[in-house]
Design a protein around this ligand. Structure first.
Ligand code: ZN
Length: 249
């Protein structure tokens, strides 16, 4: 397989999968299935023609408005499609064959996690369970060894759970979402314990960067405002896997 075409193919696959995952991210919080039926307009519920379903390009050509009813197409569609395309591209650049597919799959799962957390402050347990199980299973293809991953799972969950518990005791309010320790544990099952401090630091930096951006845009940030920390963890974990695979192979 040519070195150049594979990352390109994986990025196209990512964009196509991303268009499905964006639908999942929009429908799951409402308890609707993304698998049943055809693609329906988020605005009016009418079926969307195939020509208007091309990832990224359709939204650009339609200037962000649905052809059927003129409703704004949620920016989540393009954001998820672009993020999934980037995950595919970068996975194809650091690895080849089935290994790169597995790496991309981690990214695609994390994009769904981030989309749900960013829009709904909600990460469903079944989704975290999929991240956890696939993490342990991929020890056959990728570093680190199973022992590192099991410690990572326990350390990831335990560390954030303790931080959340201490915050609750000291401040008398929830400082972390209930899903964050579980997600960090699942990430530990992919990356092993060694990378977790770096992921946590990077996630915190993304969070601070977001706050700085909002302040720079002149918008207030409340002290007790809920932030999608799970989305920041997801955004930090994927580059960590890319870097680890790049350095170790
Ligand atoms: Zn419509």
């Amino acid at each position: 397989m040519c070195d150049f075409f594979w990352p390109l193919e994986l990025s196209i696959l990512g964009a196509i999968l991303g268009s499905f995952l964006a639908t999942v991210a929009i429908r799951w919080p409402a308890g609707r299935s993304a698998l049943s039926g055809r693609s329906l307009c988020d605005g009016c519920g009418r079926p969307v023609a195939a020509r208007d379903l091309v990832p990224i390009l359709s939204a650009l050509l339609l200037r962000g408005r649905a052809r059927c009813c003129g409703a704004r197409i949620s920016r989540l569609h393009s954001a998820v499609e672009i993020a999934c395309a980037i995950c595919g591209l970068t996975a194809g650049l650091v690895a080849s064959d089935v290994t790169s597919l597995v790496i991309a799959a981690f990214g695609w799962l994390l994009v769904l996690v981030a989309a749900l957390d960013a829009t709904e402050l909600w990460i469903p347990d079944p989704l975290i369970a999929i991240v956890a199980v696939t993490g342990l299973a991929t020890a056959v293809l990728l570093p680190p060894p199973v022992s590192d991953r099991l410690i990572g799972g326990a350390a990831g969950f335990g560390s954030l759970w303790l931080i959340g518990f201490a915050y609750l005791r000291l401040r008398g309010q929830e400082g972390l979402g209930g899903a964050d320790p579980k997600l960090f544990g699942a990430i530990g099952l992919w990356l092993g314990w060694r990378l977790l401090p770096a992921v946590l630091l990077f996630a915190a930096m993304i969070g601070l960067g977001m706050v700085a951006l909002r302040l720079a845009a002149g918008r207030a940030v409340a002290r007790d405002e809920a932030v999608p920390f799970g989305a920041y963890l997801a955004a930090a974990a994927y580059p960590a896997l890319l870097l680890m695979v790049h350095l170790e192979t």
